[in-house]
Design a binder for this molecule. Structure first.
Ligand code: ADP
Length: 463
C-alpha cells in the first residue's frame, strides 16, 4: 500500500496523543514508510512515544488542558513540522469536532470521521433520535427535549423501574445512576444533574430501562470516503468496573452467525446514517434472549481494538491511514473472517487494595519474558507506553499497557492470557496485575458467564 501516491498523499503523520496508543500508531506509521511526529508535555519530555517517533514537538506544561488538549498548540506543531495528517488516538482531542474543523481549516488530514459525524454522536440523546430513524434498535426509554422534573418522572414511571438515568452529554461512566423505585427518583435526578453539570457543563438527562445483567457487545465498523462500509465483527466488553472496561475479548462468546450478521449490519447502518468515515465502534447491550440495543457510537479507534486485529489479521491503524489518504477500504465484507479468539487485559498503575487509587513511581523493571514463559510471539502482544526506567506520574490516565493474546479457541487463548499475566515483570509501581489474574482465572469467567455486573457479582472472590 502506498500512501505517498494516494488520492490524498500522506508522507508524515503527527500523533496527538501519548502513552501506548501513540507508540502503537508510530509502529504502523513506520511500517508504512510515514515520518512520525510525536508531541509531548513537560511531564513527557523523555517518554517512550517521544523516544520512538522520528521527531517530537513540545506542546506545553504537564496539565492536559495546556498541552494534549490545546488545539492551537497541536495544529501549530503540525504546521511547523509539515505533517500531512494528524492521528488523534483515543481520549484527548479524538472526539472533538472543533479540533477536526481546525485540522480541515489548516489543510491537514484528520485521521478520523468528519466533524459532523462526531457531533451527531457526541450527544447521547440526539444520537438516539438519529438511530431510531435508521432503524437501529434502542433500549426502551426517553431521550426527548422536555427536561422538566415532573415530565422525566412520568417517563420513568412509563418505562418502569428500575431505570437508568444518563447524562446526554455523558461519557466515561459519569453522570449515570440506577433508580430502583419512584421514591428514589428525585434524589437520583438531582445527583445526576449536579455531576453532569460539573463534568460536562450540561445537565440534560435521558432515561433508559435498566437491563438486569446484560452483556456489553460492540461492533467494529469501518467506512471509507467513497461511502462503503464493513464490520469487523464484535468484541465482548462485559467485564467492567464502575462502567469502565477491564478485560475484553473477541469474538463474543456464544454468538450465532445470524445474530452476528444482524448486529454487524445494524452497526454499519448506524454509521452510514451519519455519513461516517474511518474506524468507529457501535456499542450495544445484549440481553439473555439475544435481543440487542444501541447504546452509543464511539467515533474513534477504541482502546480494545487489538483483539479485533488479532482475530481478523488486519491492522486497523493501517486501515485508518488508508481511508484518511482517500483510498477505498482494504477489504470487502466477504473477504473478512474470524480466526480463533483473543483477549485483552488492561494493566493499570493503581492499587486495588486502596479502592484502585492511581499509583505513581519509577518502573525498575517492566516487560514480558516470552521465551522464559514459553509464549509464542505471534500470539502475545504487549502494547505499552512505558519501558523500564520510566517514571509514572499522576498527570494522565494510569493505563500502562495492554496485554493481548490469541488462541485457536477461547480456552486456549485464556490459558495463554493467564500464562502471560504471570510472566509480566513489573517492579517499582503498584499495578492491578493480581486483580487481572484473579479475573482471568475465575471459573465463571472461564465458563464465559459474562454480564456487565460480573465483577460486582463475584466481588468476594476477586478482592
Ligand atoms: P459511558 O458513555 O459513560 O461509558 P454508556 O452509555 O456507554 O456510558 O454505558 C456504560 C456502561 O453502563 C455499559 O457498558 C453498561 O455496562 C452500562 N449500561 C448502560 N446502559 C445500560 C442499561 N440501559 N441497562 C443496564 N446497563 C447499562
Amino acid at each position: 500500500m502506498s500512501l505517498a501516491n494516494a488520492p490524498r498523499p500522506l508522507g508524515s503523520v503527527l500523533i496527538a496523543n501519548r502513552g501506548e496508543i501513540a507508540c502503537r500508531v508510530i509502529r504502523t506509521a513506520r511500517r508504512l514508510g510515514l515520518r512520525s511526529i510525536a508531541v509531548y508535555s513537560d511531564a513527557d519530555a523523555n517518554a517512550r512515544h517521544v523516544r520512538e517517533a522520528d521527531e517530537a514537538v513540545r506542546l506545553g506544561p504537564a496539565p492536559a488542558r495546556e498541552s494534549y488538549l490545546d488545539i492551537d498548540a497541536v495544529i501549530d506543531a503540525a504546521r511547523r513540522t509539515g505533517a500531512d495528517a494528524i492521528h488523534p488516538g483515543y481520549g484527548f482531542l479524538s472526539e472533538n469536532a472543533e479540533f477536526v474543523a481546525a485540522c480541515e481549516h489548516a489543510g491537514i488530514a484528520f485521521v478520523g470521521p468528519p466533524a459532523s459525524a462526531i457531533a451527531a454522536m457526541g450527544d447521547k440523546s440526539a444520537a438516539k433520535a438519529r438511530m431510531e430513524t435508521a432503524g437501529v434498535p434502542l433500549v426502551p426509554g426517553y431521550h426527548g427535549d422536555d427536561q422538566d422534573d415532573d415530565h422525566l418522572r412520568a417517563e420513568a414511571e412509563r418505562i418502569g423501574y428500575p431505570v437508568l438515568l444518563k447524562a446526554s452529554a455523558g461519557g466515561g461512566g459519569k453522570g449515570m445512576r440506577v433508580v430502583e423505585s419512584s421514591g428514589d427518583f428525585q434524589a437520583a435526578l438531582d445527583g445526576c444533574r449536579r455531576e453532569s453539570k460539573a463534568a460536562f457543563g450540561d445537565d440534560r438527562m435521558l432515561i433508559e430501562k435498566y437491563l438486569t445483567r446484560p452483556r456489553h457487545v460492540e461492533v467494529q465498523v469501518f467506512c471509507d470516503s467513497q461511502g462503503d462500509g464493513v464490520y469487523l465483527f464484535e468484541r465482548d466488553c462485559s467485564v467492567q468496573r464502575r462502567h469502565q472496561k477491564v478485560l475484553e475479548e473477541a469474538p463474543a462468546p456464544g454468538m450465532t452467525e445470524p445474530l452476528r450478521r444482524e448486529m454487524g449490519e445494524a452497526a454499519v447502518r448506524a454509521a452510514r446514517e451519519i455519513g461516517y468515515v474511518g474506524a468507529g465502534t457501535v456499542e450495544f447491550l445484549l440481553d439473555a434472549d439475544g435481543r440487542f440495543y444501541f447504546m452509543e457510537m464511539n467515533t474513534r479507534l477504541q482502546v480494545e481494538h487489538p483483539v479485533t486485529e488479532m482475530i481478523t489479521g488486519e491492522d486497523l491503524v493501517e486501515w485508518q491511514l488508508a481511508v484518511a489518504a482517500g483510498l477505498p477500504l482494504p477489504r470487502a465484507q466477504d473477504e473478512l473472517a474470524i480466526s480463533g479468539h483473543a483477549f485483552e487485559a488492561r494493566l493499570y498503575a493503581e492499587d486495588p487494595a486502596q479502592d484502585f487509587l492511581p499509583a505513581t513511581g519509577t518502573l525498575e523493571r517492566f516487560g514480558l519474558d516470552l521465551t522464559g514463559a514459553a509464549l509464542d510471539a505471534d500470539r502475545v502482544r504487549l502494547d505499552s507506553g512505558v519501558d523500564a526506567g520510566d517514571a509514572v506520574s499522576m498527570h494522565y490516565d494510569p493505563m500502562l499497557a495492554k496485554l493481548i493474546v490469541h488462541g485457536d479457541d477461547r480456552d486456549q487463548a485464556l490459558a495463554t492470557l493467564n500464562r502471560a499475566l504471570a510472566a509480566l515483570d513489573v517492579v517499582g509501581v503498584t499495578t492491578n496485575r493480581a486483580f487481572l489474574q484473579r479475573l482471568a482465572g475465575h471459573p465463571a469467567f472461564q465458563r464465559a458467564e459474562l454480564d456487565t455486573r460480573f465483577i460486582e457479582h463475584h466481588h468476594d472472590d476477586l478482592f
